[in-house]
Structure formats: structure tokens, C-alpha cells
Ligand binder design. Structure first.
Ligand code: BGC
Ligand code: CA
Length: 218
């Protein structure tokens, strides 16, 4: 028992000694350990700083890429919306019997009317009387095999399309000897002899014809 008590005292003293060693900041071995640990941490810190330095340019370049992608997405979204609304227009007109040819929608009338009434119909549909821009379009128009009004009229002594442009001699398909201004009152243009490549005639605006409307869609 006495031995046990003295053993306990010894180990108590020992523990107190150890405790003193741990708590005392001046303990040299403790300082050494701390310094070693500090050096290690500093090393890790500078390695982290290095890594950070090498990653920063990557981050900046990623930011740039994100910005580029954002603006690309905005432009693609805009294109998609434009296409969607074009498709909606398309569907609506096709439902009403309009047909597509090379960037325009065309409507062939089912009744006849004078030039102005024909034009008014087209304008009321967001279109205008057809403008012939080349031989292919002329062939397309005469393919309906009807006498039809074109969007071409006389202004003074010149022929003018309904979009305000003047008729070009290289894109005109008059019947030989036309325009002849019969009776001095032929101020509008029709497709008359649709079986022929040169099929245009000048005609009085009060005559009745079928007509073709054109609406540009692209
Ligand atoms: C038409 C004229 C045309 C002539 C040709 C007439 O019936 O009204 O516009 O020039 O035929 O012979
Ligand atoms: Ca004529």
C-alpha cells in the first residue's frame, strides 16, 4: 500500500512535469516542433500560392470563353426566334393557299378584277402585286396559265414596279411589238400570252384579269 502510494506520487510528479513542459511556451523542443510545423505550413502556403498563380490565367480565359458563349447563345436565340416567327408566317399563308418559290410566297387569285382592286387585295394581305426579277420568276408566273396583272405600271413615260424600282430592259419580257399603248390608255402590265417566254402586254388598268400577289419572306 505504501509502495503504491509512493508510486502514485512519483507518477503524479512525472505528469506534473510533463504538463509543465507542454504548457510552457519556452520549452525548446516544443518551439522546435512549432517552427518545423510553421516551416512546413509556409512551404505548403507558397505551393498553394504558386498553384493559384498558375490557375488565375485559366480562370480569366474561362471567363472570356463564358462571355463569348453567352453572346453566341444570345445571337442563336435571336436567330431561332426569327426563324420561328418566319415559320409561323409561312404556315399561316400556306394555309390560305399561298405557295413558296425562291424566298417569296405567292397567291394566285381565283377571281378577276381591275388592276387597282387586284393590288388592294394583295396589300390587304401584307403583300403586293408580283414583281418579276428574272426569267425564272417570269416562268413561274406564266406557269399559272392565266392572264394576270403584274405589279408594273406606267409613271409618265417610264415603267415602274410597285416597290418603286424602274423596269430594267434586261429583265423585261414583252410580247414582240409591245408595249404599244393601244388607244393611248394602256398604263398597266399583264401576262397575256402565258404560253410564250415573252408574254407581257400593256393594257388599260380597267381591264379585268387574274392577279398574283407576292410576299417576300427571306
Ligand atoms: C390589246 C393590246 C395589245 C393588242 C395586240 C389588244 O387586244 O388590248 O394591249 O397590244 O391586242 O394586238
Ligand atoms: Ca398593249
Amino acid at each position: 500500500m505504501t509502495k503504491a502510494i509512493s508510486d502514485l506520487n512519483v507518477s503524479h510528479k512525472k505528469l506534473l512535469g510533463q504538463q509543465k513542459g507542454v504548457l510552457c511556451p519556452c520549452n525548446p523542443s516544443m518551439i522546435q516542433t512549432c517552427n518545423a510545423e510553421k516551416a512546413l505550413l509556409n512551404k505548403r502556403l507558397s505551393s498553394c500560392n504558386l498553384q493559384l498563380k498558375s490557375v488565375l490565367p485559366q480562370r480569366d480565359s474561362l471567363h472570356q470563353q463564358v462571355n463569348v458563349l453567352r453572346s453566341q447563345m444570345a445571337s442563336v436565340t435571336k436567330q431561332r426566334d426569327t426563324l420561328q416567327s418566319q415559320m409561323n408566317v409561312f404556315a399561316k399563308y400556306q394555309n390560305d393557299g399561298w405557295q413558296y418559290f425562291r424566298g417569296s410566297l405567292y397567291y394566285m387569285s381565283t377571281t378577276t378584277a381591275n388592276w387597282q382592286t387586284s393590288r388592294d387585295y394583295c396589300v390587304s394581305k401584307g403583300a403586293d402585286l408580283v414583281i418579276i426579277n428574272d426569267a425564272a420568276e417570269n416562268n413561274f408566273a406564266r406557269g399559272f396559265k392565266q392572264g394576270i396583272w403584274l405589279g408594273l405600271y406606267k409613271e409618265g413615260s417610264r415603267w415602274k414596279w410597285v416597290d418603286g424600282s424602274y423596269l430594267s430592259s434586261s429583265v423585261s419580257y414583252w410580247i414582240p411589238k409591245e408595249p404599244n399603248n393601244t388607244g393611248g390608255r394602256e398604263d398597266r402590265v399583264e401576262i397575256q400570252y402565258f404560253n410564250y417566254f415573252n408574254c407581257w402586254n400593256d393594257s388599260p388598268q380597267t381591264n379585268k384579269n387574274y392577279w398574283i400577289c407576292e410576299k417576300k419572306v427571306v
